[in-house]
Design a protein around this ligand. Structure first.
Ligand code: HEC
Ligand code: HEC
Length: 349
């Protein structure tokens, strides 16, 4: 897959180079490269015509539209209903005040819009709350990928001492068993199980609910063949996004979420967070994070694992410099930002 993407990028860059002389993109004018970190000046591919059109094969090699669904919502109706209720329920926390929805607000694109999030005692961890929207599509969960899926992930925050602060699994189960409504909901969701209120079932239900949190966007319409779903500005941004190399990492169905990469691939990035190194202990995993999904990205500031980057413009600039080794101009930043706006949930832009 990686080799495939690499070849696709080479080919599209090459074909752009052929056209470079008859089309001056504004990225070309603004972007100024420095020293060895220069990574190529093939901006914006042109494939015939003078419009910002990307050829279908290049698009297909990098991106995939959202599927209609990743869980049978009819078959799992009871499980999903229970999961939604648990997701919204502050009684899953030790002082009945914090729910999943406190940090991953469904009325706010699955985030709390804070650099780091206060837990049940107001204490904050070191990392930014990523959105739960479309998260079920990722290869693994958390910035460092330490939980294998949304079902496993959901069991973490409940017992996390600075998040929801429940002392142990038994305490969660006992608490739920005392709530009449849950007796029925668990029985419906886990038909045939003798003792359905179990800790692992909490994770299964929340995970099933999270699998329904997919947010189709105009970019999906574009990938599905609707040429008019993006405006010229967004198309120009898409082209720059692909040809400057952003799409080498942010690709696939979630525009990210499918690989791990070092933050500071080209130019070192200053952070104390060692990312995957803390799990694997491998030297090569220092400052390696899961490449985040860019769906709904214009709505989920602040950015980066520690929430230290306040604006999308700054995030794009940091990425260009640290991951790709070029200094982006205002044209690049505004076009790419426009393109990223097309990844927002339709109807909520
Ligand atoms: C106090 C705030 C807080 C609460 C409460 C909370 N989370 Fe999170 N969540 C976070 C933070 C911070 C991270 C990132 C932590 C990390 O990567 O180390 C995270 C990560 C996640 C992720 C991973 C997303 C991705 O892109 O990798 C999912 C899914 C998630 N939380 C779901 C939940 C669910 C479900 C609950 C309730 C059971 C919950 N969270 C409760 C703050 C919170
Ligand atoms: C070599 C892989 C790689 C490349 C190339 C890359 N990124 Fe990233 N991107 C990452 C990683 C890893 C992170 C997570 C950074 C962190 O954890 O602090 C990230 C984070 C981001 C974020 C913030 C996401 C969030 O939720 O906080 C944005 C926006 C972004 N990238 C856009 C871009 C753009 C635009 C480009 C091209 C200029 C680009 N990226 C190139 C790997 C890459």
């Amino acid at each position: 897959m990686k080799i495939f993407l690499f070849i696709a990028l080479m080919l599209s860059s090459y074909s752009y180079a052929q056209n470079e002389h008859n089309h001056q993109s504004d990225a070309k004018k603004d972007d100024h490269h420095h020293g060895e970190m220069h990574k190529g000046d093939h901006h914006g591919g042109m494939h015939g015509g003078g419009h910002h059109h990307m050829d279908k094969n290049t698009l297909k090699q990098f991106f995939e539209p959202l599927p209609a669904s990743i869980i049978d919502e009819k078959k799992h109706e009871a499980l999903i209903k229970l999961g939604r209720m648990l997701y919204m329920d502050p009684r899953l926390s030790v002082n009945d005040q914090i729910s999943c929805n406190s940090c991953h607000r469904l009325d706010n694109f699955g985030v709390d819009s804070q650099p780091t999030s206060p837990g049940h005692e107001g204490k904050r961890g070191g990392r930014n709350s990523p959105t739960t929207l479309n998260a079920a599509l990722h290869i693994a969960q958390f910035w460092d990928g330490r939980a294998k899926d949304v079902e496993e992930q959901a069991l973490g925050p409940i017992l996390n001492p600075i998040e929801m602060g429940m002392p142990n699994e038994a305490a969660v189960v006992n608490k739920l068993k005392k709530i009449d409504e849950y007796k029925n909901l668990f029985a419906d969701a886990f038909k045939g199980e003798k003792d359905p209120i179990q800790y692992k079932n909490v994770g299964k239900a929340i995970g099933a609910f999270e699998r329904t949190l997919l947010t189709p966007s105009r970019f999906d319409d574009y990938l599905n063949g609707d040429e008019n779903a993006l405006n010229e500005n967004e198309k120009r941004g898409l082209k720059k996004f692909v040809h400057m190399g952003c799409a080498n990492c942010h690709n696939g169905v979630a525009m990210g979420g499918n690989m791990y990469k070092r933050l500071g691939m080209v130019e070192p990035y200053d952070t104390k967070d060692m990312g995957r190194f803390e799990i694997t202990g491998l030297e090569t995993d220092k400052k390696v994070f899961k490449v985040p999904s860019l769906r709904n990205i214009t709505k989920t500031a602040p950015y980066f694992h520690d929430g230290s980057v306040a604006t999308l413009e700054k995030a794009i600039e940091e990425m260009a410099e640290h991951q790709l080794g070029f200094e982006p101009g205002p044209g690049f930043i505004s076009d790419v930002k426009a393109f990223l706006g097309s990844l927002t949930s339709k109807g909520k832009e």
